[in-house]
Design a protein. Structure first.
Length: 114
């Protein structure tokens, strides 16, 4: 959030986080205010797929508490090694699918919210 004329507003309108590393759980998720789309790699060694479950738990608890949450989506990529959205091997059909599908995810998400 930034302050403009004494009013706090989000710095961005929407976010996409593909293989989101260096997360602080629950801190990075409890105060979200803009729509966010996550891309998780099933075989990501830097961002374990179990973190997705932890994030979804935080979401569920916030909903139970009737706390207003921004729109969120979670997509899982297979094989989804770390860097699947930027360093995948385009000659490998599965890795190429991760590359192409993650581009589609980003474009669709931002197309919906921007």
């Amino acid at each position: 959030m930034i302050e403009i004329d004494g009013v706090k507003v989000p710095l961005v309108d929407a976010v996409v986080a593909l293989h989101p590393s260096n997360l602080t759980i629950p801190g990075d998720f409890e105060a979200l205010v803009v729509p966010i789309s996550y891309g998780w790699g099933l075989e990501d060694t830097a961002v374990k797929i179990e973190q997705k479950g932890k994030v979804e738990e935080i979401e569920a608890k916030a909903k139970e508490a009737r706390r207003k949450l921004p729109e969120m989506e979670h997509k899982v990529y297979k094989p989804g090694q770390h860097g699947f959205a930027v360093r995948g091997n385009p000659d490998d059909l599965l890795e190429r699918a991760c590359l192409e599908d993650s581009v589609t995810q980003v474009l669709n998400w931002f197309g919906q919210w921007l």
